[in-house]
Design a protein around this ligand. Sequence first.
Ligand code: IMP
Ligand code: MG
Length: 178
Amino acid sequence: MEDKISVMLSEEELDKRIRELGAQISEDYKGESIFLVCILKGAAMFACELAKRITVPVVMDFMATSSYGSGTVSSGDVKIKKDLDLSPEGQNVLIVEDIIDSGNTLNFLSHLFAERNAKSVKMCTMLDKPDRREVDVAVDYTGFTIPDEFVIGFGLDYDQRYRNLPYIGVVEPADKQE
Ligand code: IMP
Ligand code: MG
């Protein structure tokens, strides 16, 4: 048996929404520049597509955190696996995430950048799963609010697979099918 995947958000829907977010962000940061922090690996595809639609000056940097093992449930304990190359001090940091679930990752990161003396810290997430929130986090830009289902594609993985899919889908793993 193979994993079954059903499309939740198509490539066209994602592209349209990313253009809207890019326009809104460009307007909000008029006259400023953005230090865009992409949270690896999940946000890589979204961050690159979003950066292409932003018209104010952008510097991109990358960071990796972990709170999940290989499973599908957050452990709540966030660690930095790869830190930034550049200093965010005095910068308008825009944290770009793939999905906010428990909120632990973005909560951790917002405090981290405040401590590192960023000029401002805003957060942008492609997807929001509000049903599973454990910590309240003020996200500034949200692509789509989705129901509590494990999603893959457009950067998101299930055990490192499916990141390359150009759409967001729901996976029903082969070993869990009836
Ligand atoms: P949080 O710390 O619980 O908010 O989780 C954020 C991270 O969990 C995301 O950056 C993802 O890497 C991962 N994650 C949460 N939900 C999903 C999902 O449905 N599919 C794939 N990864 C997910
Ligand atoms: Mg992630």
